[in-house]
Design a protein around this ligand. Sequence first.
Ligand SMILES: Cc1cc2nc3c(=O)[nH]c(=O)nc-3n(C[C@H](O)[C@H](O)[C@H](O)COP(=O)(O)O)c2cc1C
Length: 480
Amino acid sequence: MQFNDFREFLGFLEEKNELKRVRRPVDRYLETALVTKKSIEERGPALLFENVKGYGIPVASGVYGTQRRVCLGLNTTPEAFVKDYVKRSERLKEFSPRIVSSGPCKENIIKGRKVDLNKFPITWHAERDRGWYIDATCCIVQHPETRTRNASVHRLFIHEKNQTGLWMSPFNLWHIIMRYWEQGEACPMAVAIGVDPYCMMAASTSMPLEEDEFSFAGAQRGKAIDMVKCETIDLDVPATAEIILEGEIPPHERKLEAPFVEFTGYYGDERLAPIFNVKAITHRDQPIYHDIITGPPPDENQPMLITNMAEVHKVVARVFPEESILDVYLTEGGCTYFNCVVRIKKRYPGQGKQVASAVLAYQGVKNVIVVDEDIDARNHVQVEWAFTTRCRGIKDTIVIPDSLGCPLDPTSTDGVVTKMGFDATKPVGMDKPMSQMVHNPCYFPTDTVRLSDYIDGWKGEGIYRGDKKERQRAKETVSV
Ligand SMILES: Cc1cc2nc3c(=O)[nH]c(=O)nc-3n(C[C@H](O)[C@H](O)[C@H](O)COP(=O)(O)O)c2cc1C
């Protein structure tokens, strides 16, 4: 299925029972976020809050709350994701964006003094947040010399009706803004809210600066993205977006930003951050406002970071035969960002550490465990077993103190962290001398057995629900 816009994707999720409408009145102060967080924790549906107090505009939230939904948006599955992503990324040139003369995002155009962000049901997520934040953003800029487009997700703190704060780690947006500021110029930026899943995922991915992230979005969809020119700045935006903000980031102004509950699960520190002056807003008729909930895992930001698995795969593939990389997995407890498990077909001594050091070159990854092909990288019990029985502590550990990581990591100082790589592979040839036992693991062929053939009352799905009569007796027993 190829989605043309955000609302088409929401409709598809509703058909699949992956989205439910909330009709009762809800408050945009804490309530929409809390209800969404609960649904995400219970692996429940995305929500469309139709009746946000004081607003006629619905809020869609939790849309990317599970990796399953992210993958539905990209027409793949969590298991096939890395392979599909890498294969499609090789075809960027065929899917350059198509510039069209107009599109639904131009149905309403508001400029100058009439610009007022309060028109939209912008939410307040967590109690100690600094205030109202827009965070389901697709922030679009263009490199001043190459004109390559860049898209990224950044939360925008509402300072005034036409001004927001902007916080960024030193990724591509930061590098591009610096190019403008070094010339003393403001950087033009457009922010699309409520975009199709391909543009949203392109924005949450960091790609090489020379690659157009909207070509990437087109390649993931298998059809070029339609884009239209902005009204007040020289930028193109997705034609079917729900809402577009147009403006610029001036070089010298800074205002206080944060606390804001981050994807690491902690409130970020208050700090001075650049500002974004909004010059125009364009939006569709009856727009849908998109919101994304961040916080400790499970949250919504984290499933969207699944793209990092594919990017780490690409990094490893530069130093290790691609067909021998069997899986790259970022764990949920590691916020789908910091902790990586790589499953490899090891053939040569030393390859465990070689792969670990390549992965640690990826900025976000802080810890990596490399395992053999008999270990399921997504099964934490198996990974811990390999770590326990195949990793000889410090001998099989790489430590890189003072490396650039993520500034939002509470263990970091200004983004500088200690990185560690663990080689939990079995020895090959002369590397890693250890007991011969390691070559004799025992696996029971449990796949060949169906418990329901042996135990009356076994309902499958791995849950033994007990004897029917006993269950009834338990129901009738009054609990104290
Ligand atoms: C919901 C969400 C919110 C995010 N908020 C921020 C943010 O406020 N600041 C930031 O630096 N990165 C944020 N990120 C991460 C960046 O969007 C991500 O690193 C992106 O790949 C950067 O792209 P770029 O290298 O093209 O600039 C967020 C990601 C998601 C999914």
